[in-house]
Design a protein around this ligand. Structure first.
Ligand SMILES: Cc1cc2nc3c(=O)[nH]c(=O)nc-3n(C[C@H](O)[C@H](O)[C@H](O)COP(=O)(O)O)c2cc1C
Length: 197
């Protein structure tokens, strides 16, 4: 589908048809995430694919958004909290590949990560970009998704027995839309554009 059409037709889908989502489609979504940009190319996103009805049932404890658990697939989108440690090596790779050759850049640029809170914000931002790639790819495939921010990350981590280095950023139900809502209103251009200087 043409990119403009994907962006214009995407909606948050909260009612899914029971039809299964193929492994090829799940793979295509993960591939879209894999190709997302990230600070210093640290690629901190990690995903858990949930198809099991039993596991979805157990996750009722983590979110009031029960509809998300009725989707055929639930992607648990995580940030690897140790990913920042890989940034020197990743920067070296960028340097060796010559991406900064002939461009103006001061020495000693660094990515945010001085304290835990700053690092978490930065990592979550990167994971959010990968999630957006998946959301848009889903539309291209005729699938629907809904970003779920209203959930308990800690309990999700416990139920899924995830390594403590993984912080759950969002849940993303995926399936064929059963109901496509009308477009939600957006603020005007005037409101979003603060100024052009
Ligand atoms: C960070 C984020 C968190 C969200 N969390 C939820 C959520 O917990 N439950 C829900 O039903 N929708 C959630 N949404 C979906 C928004 O409600 C939706 O994007 C917004 O109303 C605009 O509608 P649209 O996506 O159909 O254009 C979330 C969206 C984003 C980007």
């Amino acid at each position: 589908m043409e990119l403009d059409k994907v962006i214009q037709t995407r909606r948050s889908i909260r009612k899914f048809a029971p039809d299964p989502v193929s492994d090829e489609m799940i793979h295509a979504l993960l591939e879209a995430a894999r190709l997302a940009p990230s600070g210093s190319n640290i690629q901190p996103w990690r995903f858990v694919v949930i198809k099991s009805t039993e596991m979805k049932e157990r996750l009722r404890a983590v979110t009031a958004c029960r509809f998300a658990l009725k989707a055929p697939v639930l992607l648990v989108c995580c940030a690897d909290l140790t990913a920042i440690e890989a940034s020197p090596a990743q920067v070296t790779e960028l340097l060796q590949a010559g991406v900064f050759n002939g461009v103006e850049i001061d020495n000693g640029f660094s990515i945010p990560g001085k304290n835990k809170e700053q690092a978490l914000g930065y990592l979550s931002l990167n994971v959010g970009i990968a999630i957006t790639h998946m959301i848009l790819k889903a539309v291209d495939l005729g699938l629907g998704t809904c970003w779920i921010g209203a959930f308990d990350p800690k309990t999700t981590q416990e139920i899924l027995e995830l390594d403590p280095r993984l912080h759950v950023v969002a849940l993303l139900p995926v399936g064929y839309p059963e109901r496509v809502p009308t477009q939600r209103p957006r603020f005007s251009m005037e409101k979003l554009l603060v100024k052009t200087v």
